[in-house]
Design a protein around this ligand. Sequence first.
Ligand SMILES: Cc1cc2nc3c(=O)[nH]c(=O)nc-3n(C[C@H](O)[C@H](O)[C@H](O)COP(=O)(O)O)c2cc1C
Length: 427
Amino acid sequence: MTHDLFEPLTLPNGQILPNRIAKAAMEENMAATGQLPGRHLDTLYRTWALGGAGLLITGNVMVHDAAMTGPAGVVLDERSPLDPFRDWAIAAHSGGGRVWMQINHPGRQVKANMPGVAWGPSTNRVNTGRTSALFAEAHAMTAEHIADTVRRFVTTAVLAQETGFDGVEVHAAHGYLLSQFLSPLTNLRTDDWGGSLHNRSRLLLDIVRGIRASVRPDFAVAVKLNSADFQRGGFDSGDAAQVISWLAPLGVDLVELSGGSYESPAMTGNADEATDRRSARTAAREAYFLELATQLVDDSPLPLMVTGGVKRLPVAQEVIDSGVAVVGMATALAYRPDLPSRWRSGAADDVTLPDIRIRDRAVASAASMSRVRHQLRRLGRGATPSPRTSALLAFGADQIREILSRRRYRRWLEHRSVENQSSSLPD
Ligand SMILES: Cc1cc2nc3c(=O)[nH]c(=O)nc-3n(C[C@H](O)[C@H](O)[C@H](O)COP(=O)(O)O)c2cc1C
């Protein structure tokens, strides 16, 4: 049976999404002082809420204050003040859709110039060719680090529930920590967390189990998973099918399928063709991961969401017609936050962007993300998007902004650790 994009969807825990279009996670890099959501994020999410998507998934929120995907990211842990998160959830609910917080730990995928830690399953560094030296050397996590990380994910999920979010999405895709554990290319461990797929999945499964045991039944728990790493010998669609079957009995409500990592940025349509012959064909089909998702959908015990490349109504409907429960869009909603409402009212609007002519795939992917982030900042100021933004200029401006926000983040982290030390001193 096929469904209309605008039909409601009831998830396994009973939560109802008013339609099947989701705003996929986009790290906004717009944290206010204290790595908190603020006025600009509230305005951005109010705009998206009024744009008609049935589900808004926030950009990744960090579970560990010393491990950030970028210096202007939001952190939610037991020391965070909660009112800014409550305001964010209220703003994001102003259109009647559901709102989930994506929660993440970058693991080894952090820049070398970032303060804090670069943990990973093993010591191998991110390999992006000529730009590899930009990334930190990874420290192999101990059993204590792993237990601490499970605890952190659970804490952030519980706080997301307390501050009014309807669910969390655990980020286990795109080469971040949980995806590093899942992939045999990055996980070289020989203990309980390495070797077999079951061992490599242990951290993700423990986190999901821990969250489900600590939140209300009507609070949604979702996972973002790579349908494949798009690297030879990496996590593949057979592995994804197996992991989905292990997640189902743990009370997961939705699995979002994406793909790639910084090393092979398939999620932005820049997969490494040398290592993956499918990329040209799937990119040509616009919805990058639909082909892999359709292989998984028949046997999946869980509703699936597919994100990547969707910018046109017929493609969004094709995703749903293939048996996928939810279609995710990121870039298109940065340029047209009200695209779902427009489609619903019969408009044939879509989003087309100029090609990015940068040969290096990692840089091309980063530049395409900068171009999108530029739109997010505009929306956060209450301005309209500007479709002609140059990717190269946006990328350059992002580099400067990153230097400034790294200084601010470094001061905040130092201040926090001083506070921590003084609060743990004996009276
Ligand atoms: C600026 C930007 C930031 C992103 N941040 C995240 C993130 O925080 N978490 C995540 O899972 N994916 C993130 N993504 C990936 C998107 O969720 C999505 O998987 C990808 O952009 C492909 O979808 P699209 O073609 O609709 O943009 C980001 C993408 C962009 C463009």
